[in-house]
Design a protein around this ligand. Structure first.
Ligand code: ACO
Length: 333
C-alpha cells in the first residue's frame, strides 16, 4: 500500500516517576535557596529523584511506563515492531536504553534505538513514529520519553538544579485505516551553533572557551539559563504559529497544547502570546519539575486519564531543548 492510506492512533499511554520526592523544602536544606524563589521563577514545587540503591534509573522508569501503556492497550510486547526511547541521559551509551527495555519486556525481535534531542526528544519521536507507520513498514511502535535530570544535576549550582526532575512517559502507537488520525503537521529544527546553551561535558575539552572551567562540572548539566529562557519564549510561540498555519488548524480548534515543561514562566509567556485560555494549555511542572524528554508524554498521560483529551481531538505538541533543538507535532487523536 502507498503512503497516505494509513492513519496513526495513540492506543494508550503510561508513566512512571521514582519513589522519592524532592521538595523545595528539601532543596532549602541542600543549598542557599527558598521555596518562594523557586516557585516564583520556575513554578516547581516538587520533583522526583531516582535512587540507584532502589534499582531506579532511566531504564527502570522506561520499563514501568511502557508496561503500563502495553497493559492498558491490551497489546503484548511481542506485537511491537519498534521500541524507541527519547532520552539524553541514557544509563549506558551501548547498548541503547531502548534495547535494554525491549529485552526486559520481551519485545523481541522489535527494532530498538535511542533518539537524542534532549527535551524535544518525545516530540521528535512522535514525528518519526508517525512517518514510519504511515510509510507502511511498521504497525505498532512503543515510544517512550524519559530522563533523569537529577542524575546530571549539580546540587552546588542552584540556578540549574532546582528545575531538574526524573520521569518517563510512554505511548503505544498503532496503524489505523482511518487516515484522518495521527500527525497532521510536523516540524523538527535545530541550531547547533547554540550548543553551549545546554550541555553535559564528558571531558575538559568539551568546555566552551568562554567558560571558567573546573573539573566539578564534569558530567553535570551546564546551562545558560537566561539565553535558554529567551530562546524558549521566542521559539515556542513561533513554532506553534507556524504549525497551525501550515496544518490549516485554527487556534480555536485545538483542544489542548502540550508544551515541554521547561519553566512555568516560559509556558505562561507562550500561552499569553497565543491568547489561549489557561484550561487549554496544560501545566504540571509544579509536581514533576523539568523531566526533559519525559515531560510531554507525562502530560499526555495525565490529560488522557482525566478525560481532558479524547479520540478526535486536535492536540498540539511543542518542545525545545539542548542542541538547541525544537519542534512541533499537531495530532488528531
Ligand atoms: N535560589 C535562590 N536564588 C537564586 C537561585 C535559586 N535557586 N538561582 C539563582 N538565584 C539568584 C541569582 O544568583 C541571581 O541573584 P543576583 O541577581 O543577586 O545575581 C538572581 O537569583 C536571578 O538569577 P537569574 O539567573 O537571572 O534568574 P532567572 O530569573 O533567569 O531564573 C532560571 C533562572 C530559572 C534558570 C531561568 O533562567 C530559566 O528557567 N531558564 C530556562 C531553563 C530551561 O528551560 N532549561 C532547559 C531545561 S534542561 C534541558 O533541556 C535538558
Amino acid at each position: 500500500m502507498s503512503a497516505g492510506q494509513f492513519g496513526v492512533e495513540i492506543l494508550s499511554t503510561g508513566m512512571a516517576v521514582p519513589s522519592t520526592a524532592l521538595t523545595n523544602a528539601d532543596l532549602e536544606k541542600m543549598m542557599d535557596t527558598s521555596d518562594e524563589w523557586i516557585v516564583q521563577r520556575t513554578g516547581v514545587k516538587t520533583r522526583y529523584r531516582s535512587d540507584p540503591k532502589l534499582g531506579e534509573d532511566v531504564t527502570s522508569l522506561c520499563e514501568a511506563a511502557v508496561r503500563q501503556a502495553l497493559d492498558r492497550a491490551g497489546v503484548a510486547a511481542r506485537e511491537l515492531d519498534l521500541l524507541i526511547v527519547a532520552t539524553c541521559t541514557p544509563d549506558m551509551t551501548c547498548p541503547s536504553t531502548a534495547s535494554r527495555v525491549a529485552g526486559r519486556i520481551g519485545a523481541v525481535p522489535a527494532g530498538s534505538f535511542d533518539l537524542t534531542a534532549a527535551c524535544s526528544g518525545f516530540v521528535y519521536g512522535l514525528n518519526v513514529s508517525d512517518s514510519l507507520i504511515r510509510q507502511g513498514g511498521y504497525r505498532t511502535i512503543a515510544l517512550i520519553g524519559a530522563d533523569s535530570l537529577t542524575r546530571v544535576a549539580d546540587y552546588t549550582n542552584r540556578k540549574v538544579s532546582v528545575l531538574s526532575g526524573d520521569g518517563a512517559g510512554a505511548a503505544i502507537l498503532r496503524r489505523t485505516d482511518d487516515a484522518s488520525r495521527g500527525c497532521l503537521f510536523q516540524s523538527m529544527y535545530s541550531d547547533g551553533t547554540l550548543w553551549d546553551y545546554l550541555y553535559i561535558p564528558m571531558r575538559e575539552e568539551h568546555a566552551p572557551p568562554d567558560v571558567d572551567w573546573n573539573e566539578t562540572k564534569l558530567e553535570y548539566l551546564q546551562m545558560k539559563g537566561r539565553e535558554v529562557f529567551k530562546f524558549a519564549v521566542t521559539k515556542f510561540p513561533e513554532a506553534l504559529e507556524e504549525a497551525l498555519k501550515k496544518s490549516g488548524v485554527a487556534m480555536d480548534d485545538v483542544a489542548m497544547i502540550i508544551a515541554h515543561q521547561s519553566n512555568a514562566r516560559i509556558i505562561e509567556a507562550t500561552r499569553k502570546r497565543l491568547a489561549m485560555p489557561e484550561d487549554r494549555f496544560y501545566v504540571n511542572i509544579d509536581r514533576y519539575g523539568n523531566t526533559s524528554a519525559g515531560s510531554v508524554p507525562i502530560c499526555l498521560h495525565e490529560l488522557r486519564d482525566a478525560g481532558r483529551v479524547r479520540a478526535g481531538d486536535v492536540v498540539a505538541f511543542v518542545a525545545m531543548g539542548g542542541g538547541m533543538t525544537w519542534g512541533t507535532s499537531i495530532w488528531r487523536l
